[in-house]
Design a protein around this ligand. Structure first.
Ligand code: GDP
Ligand code: MG
Length: 441
């Protein structure tokens, strides 16, 4: 149990990506860094749970129940089943509301990182992400697709929140990722990276045919299977989409939610009190949420088969912002190139960190003077260890790309008067690194 109990009230949804004029997006690097580079967070593997889909379909509302669970389980360390909380209090967290205006824009992350230990003992941090409503009438298709695509690229669990059913359109929005998946796997098969995305969880709200497909995960699984069936008469594109969805995600699931009751959907005074929510909906929340958030069910984010740490996630955010900010939605090829770039940059950063840590141990600020030839020996040895770290990372983008980053990594210029400047010792300069080496064809 943590010594300081942090209340849900002390957290907020922090803006990570904001839509700007001309359908551009900006990354609030300061906000994101403050969360992802926290000393107690940066080296943990991330579990990123995002909720995406059309606006005003209860995404933020659902996320606020996620928050109740997270506080109960991870902040208070309470194992009892009764995590839905007090029945007479308004629902707090990511802002949600009635009325027809959009409330969330761009992408938000909850400011409180929840720490957890995965089944294999890995230390992880769970990040909850809310997104702007996609595919609504106010925003352009381009803007909406960008939020959907970015949140898919960044998350380990994408919750695709749909109203009433899974329509053909809903599946077609996944085409970009199946195309990306195909490309990534063509490369990944060389280094056994596995499927490019971890989990896609459909959540169907206001499901109205429980006699055909029952509420919950089993009915959902049957419905999803039905929707993903390949038929002879289907257009080839639709058939391919179905085939590739299965190959793109490690895990596909679907959950059918009952209607929450008229107070939730139509009463303007409704403030989220549990007493105003149909008990059947409450029961579904109690079933769905632990399936996604209980420690044994957490899914870490993997890119190129490697777990992503919080500090790496920042690199991915930065690189994706560049590629998603063009006038058109990027081609899968460009997204893959960006992923490979970030992937290599993370490996470089880790190698540098290894080098700096080792060098500081022998000649850091408090250490006695070390003769230049001994310093040189240490430098050589630690450089080798750092390069070993770089080589042992499974990197995307092929040999030539990695060789380019490696060359930058070893381009050093020893200046003993500046021995404190470790980066200069091992890696010429950061801007050099950002200049991309050629991509392997
Ligand atoms: P978002 O735009 O998708 O984030 O939607 P919000 O979470 O802000 O919720 C929009 C409205 O939908 C609110 O008035 C909620 O009370 C209501 N709502 C929440 N969950 C459900 C649901 O499962 N079904 C229906 N019909 N309404 C819901
Ligand atoms: Mg919302």
């Amino acid at each position: 149990m943590p010594s300081v109990i942090v209340s849900l009230e002390s957290g907020v949804g922090i803006q990570v990506i904001t839509p700007g004029p001309e359908h551009t997006f900006t990354l609030d690097e300061e906000n994101v860094s403050r969360l992802l580079l926290r000393d107690d967070v940066k080296d943990r593997v991330v579990v990123v749970i995002s909720v995406a889909g059309a606006y005003r379909k209860g995404k933020s509302f659902l996320l606020d129940f996620f928050l109740r669970y997270m506080h109960h389980k991870y902040t208070l360390g309470d194992d009892c089943e009764d995590w839905l909380g007090p029945t007479d209090q308004p629902l707090k967290g990511f802002s949600w509301r009635g009325g027809s205006e959009r409330h969330t824009t761009g992408m938000l992350l909850w400011s409180q990182p929840f720490k957890a230990t995965l089944r294999d003992g890995t230390k992880a941090v769970i990040l909850l992400m809310d997104t702007q409503g996609t595919f609504d009438s106010e925003s352009t298709v381009r803007e909406n697709s960008t939020v959907f695509a970015l949140s898919t690229m960044i998350s380990s669990v994408q919750i695709y929140n749909l109203s009433q059913n899974i329509e053909e359109d809903d599946l077609q929005h996944l085409q970009l990722f199946t195309d990306y998946g195909k490309l990534a796997q063509e490369q990944g098969s060389k280094n056994k990276a596995g499927k490019p995305f971890q989990k896609l969880q459909f959540v169907i709200r206001d499901w109205s045919c429980p006699y055909e497909y029952a509420y919950g995960p089993e009915g959902g699984e049957r419905l999803l299977k039905k929707r993903l069936e390949v038929h002879k008469g289907q257009h080839e594109e639709l058939q391919n989409l179905r085939v590739y969805i299965n190959q793109t995600y490690e895990d596909l699931a679907c959950f059918l939610m009952p209607h929450p009751g008229l107070k939730v959907s139509t009463n303007p005074e409704f403030d989220g009190k549990i007493t105003d929510i149909r008990s059947q909906f409450q029961e579904s929340l109690k079933e769905l949420i632990p399936m996604l958030l209980a420690p044994e069910n957490l899914v870490p984010k993997l890119i190129g088969g490697q777990p992503v740490k919080a500090k790496d996630l920042l690199t991915y955010f930065k690189v994706y912002m560049k590629v998603f900010n063009g006038s058109k939605l990027p081609e899968p090829k460009s997204i893959l190139a960006a992923t490979a770039e970030a992937n290599n940059l993370s490996a470089v950063a880790e190698a540098r960190e290894v080098y700096e840590t080792l060098m500081k141990k022998v000649c850091g600020g408090t250490k006695p003077y070390l003769q230049p030839h001994l310093l040189d020996d240490e430098h050589g040895r630690n450089k080798c260890r750092a390069l070993h770290t770089f080589h042992s990372k499974n990197k995307m983008g092929g040999r030539r790309l990695a060789d380019g980053y490696e060359a930058k990594l070893v381009e050093f210029n020893i200046d003993y008067s500046q021995v404190e400047n470790w980066s200069a010792l091992f890696c010429a300069n950061e801007n050099d690194l950002n200049r991309k080496p050629p991509l392997e064809e």
